[in-house]
Write a protein that binds this ligand. Structure first.
Ligand code: PMP
Length: 440
């Protein structure tokens, strides 16, 4: 083996031999990454790639302040929450101070899935109900219960559809959905939440709550239309349910204007779940809720999480919050995101295959269509752009129900120059042609 380690081919062969086969690998020519630095990843040959997809390494791959905080605490002590330690209360104080009242209580966990699992339990205990209203195309995690509430999974390959306690409402999509006038779409789509709430309560009050991503992610980078959550929350609460905002993708300043995505809609959820960016790659997640819901959950059964809230995780979480503030990353996401969005809109004028450009801050989507009038999804071009950009050392991915939306959610240090580079390269790829024919 050379200094660079095993060859990509050897790694693929060993994965096939020893790892469960339901894992996927990005790109036709898979990449072997060996190092990360801020918004860049480096492959085994030393080539740099601009990372436009990884919203986990939020403040930058291997940010030195986060690395140092983790290393220092790891060398000193790592244990569980049954001993008193400063770091967990320091972190809980800092984290809860960043949420509006009455979201004053937090639980620390190790992933977005654990956060949503706990949110489900909290919602059921507090409401006394069982049923959930979910948004189509949504993904909330990898456990059995979360696959049940994730149409992205249970309606996808290998899925078995939704169980009868799950009520699915349409994505509030103003580009492709039923309601396209942004000024009316919010309340119009929220009527589906009201209808679902009345089904869930028709025989007996059985609604636990409504869960949504604050900007739809796997569903195709779809911002919620104005007034959607306000009306959906009212409908949920009047049927006895609680409102859960899944901020696993978009939290911690990514949307630019606000620290949390739900704030774009001027609502306060009853439960908020956090994950991915929270530990900058270290497994850290959280559930924020109200004191009343936390009290209802305190029914004698302990909630213990072996790794959740350990001193190393808390030191890392604190460092992430510090860096976001010290480096002004939320405002940075707003200004760079606006610049990027404008550049992509100019690109859309030159390339009619770009049907829509949307998002907030550094959470953007580019939807490819065969022609702007029919809006027929063009997964082939989206996929080909992703592959050709990879060959130009720019990392992107595609998603959405038709796999025709390119997702952009880079580490937050991503700059105006990086945005200009992505636009120039994508312009060139589209000018030269992706080899997609539009007859399939
Ligand atoms: N919620 C959302 C919106 C997500 O995107 C994800 C992960 N992609 C999860 C929850 C689950 O998080 P994890 O993979 O950390 O369990």
């Amino acid at each position: 083996m050379s200094d660079a380690g095993r060859s990509p081919e050897d790694i693929l062969a060993l994965r096939a031999q020893h790892l469960g086969p339901s894992l996927s690998v990005s790109y036709r020519r898979p990449l072997k990454m060996v190092r990360g630095e801020m918004q860049f990843l480096f492959d085994h040959t030393g080539q740099a790639y601009l990372d436009c997809v990884n919203n986990v390494c939020h403040v930058g791959h291997c940010h030195p302040k986060v690395v140092e905080a983790g290393q220092r605490q790891m060398a000193k002590l790592n244990t569980n929450t049954r001993y008193l330690h400063d770091s967990i209360v320091d972190y809980a104080t800092e984290l809860t101070s960043r949420f509006p009242d009455p979201l004053n209580v937090c639980y620390l966990v190790c992933s977005g899935s654990e956060a949503n699992e706990l949110a489900l339990r909290l919602a059921r205990t507090a409401s006394g109900g069982h049923d959930l209203i979910v948004v189509d195309g949504g993904y909330h995690g990898n456990t059995s219960a979360l696959v049940d509430i994730s149409p992205y999974k249970h309606d996808g390959p290998g899925g078995r559809g939704s169980p009868d306690w799950v009520h699915t409402v349409s994505m509030p999509d103003t580009y492709r959905g039923t309601h396209r006038d942004p000024s009316l779409a919010g309340p119009a789509y929220a009527r589906e939440v009201k209808d679902a709430a009345s089904i869930a309560t028709a025989d007996k009050p059985n609604l636990a709550g409504f869960i949504h991503e604050s900007v739809l992610s796997c569903g195709g980078q779809i911002p919620l239309p104005p007034g959607y959550l306000d009306a959906a929350y009212k409908a949920t609460r009047s049927a006895g349910g609680v409102c859960i905002a899944d901020e696993v993708q978009v939290g911690f300043g990514r949307v630019g204007e606000w620290l949390w995505g739900f704030e774009l809609q001027n609502v306060v959820p009853d439960i908020v779940t956090l994950g991915k960016p929270m530990g900058n790659g270290h497994p850290l997640g959280a559930v924020l809720t109200t004191r009343d819901i936390a009290r209802a959950f305190d029914n004698g059964m302990e909630y213990f999480n072996t790794f959740g809230g350990n001193p190393v995780s808390c030191a890392i979480g604190l460092a992430v919050l510090d860096v976001i503030e010290q480096e002004g990353l939320q405002e940075h996401a707003r200004t760079v995101g606006n610049h990027f969005m404008q550049g992509l809109r100019d690109l859309q004028i030159r390339h009619p295959g770009i049907g829509d450009v949307r998002g907030h801050g550094l959470f953007l989507g580019i939807e490819f269509v065969k022609d702007p009038a029919s809006r027929t999804p063009d997964a082939k071009t989206a996929g080909e752009v992703v592959e050709q950009m990879r060959d130009r050392h720019i990392l992107l991915s595609s998603d959405g129900p038709y796999h025709n939306v390119i997702k952009i959610k880079p580490p937050m240090p991503f700059s105006v120059n990086d945005a200009d580079r992505v636009i120039a390269e994508m312009d060139d790829v589209l000018k030269k042609g992706t080899g997609s024919t539009h007859d399939s």
